[in-house]
Ligand binder design. Sequence first.
Ligand code: 1GP
Length: 228
Amino acid sequence: MKEWKHIFKLDPAKPISDEHLEWICESGTDAIIVGGTDNVTLDGVLDLLASIRMYSVDCILEVSTMDAVTPGFDYYFIPMVMNSTEKKWMMDIQHEAVKQYKDLMNWDEISVEGYCILNQAAKAYKKANCTMPDEQDVVAYAYMAERMFQLPIFYMEYSGTYGDPKLVQRVRRELNQTLLFYGGGIETPEQAREMKQHADVIIVGNIIYTDIKKALDTVTTIQHMEKL
Ligand code: 1GP
């Protein structure tokens, strides 16, 4: 896994102007994740991939539906939703994918993410029929991600709302090998800095579409932290 610190997440179902896309790709962020929950289509993914490919930034597809998987990305992230109540989101979709595409899969490019979705209002929380874990549950999921499943990534997903930095800090203490990803509601340099103190990587999504300048400021903040 590369030494990523900051990643932008672009939703193939949301329009973005060429100018804003250029700013995002040239911002100095470490990578772009293409991923979303609803209305992710192959056409949408291909359009975004073609646009991002005009720049040199690393490009990752976060697989949410098998219908929209395509070659051409640098990396592929496969989520396993650890706090889903349905085995489907933990095991069955992945099983189906492996059954169909095993011979095409290049495991140098593929990483499995242990997802813990912590915002009840998030689309992904509802779609995967999650239950809300308490602090001990989250710590146990992180422990399982590293020790039991040896996953490269544990992702604390608050998509759409800013999370609890104390919980991120608590989870940090649990992980030595597995990288801690934090995503959700980051809109200001202070929030970027606060979460990055604990997480290995912060993911910035929604603010790209509502206030591009603020989104770009999160990159500068992380770059500045690295220099200190
Ligand atoms: C979403 O974790 C990412 O999957 C980022 O969250 O859209 O709230 O920034 P936001």
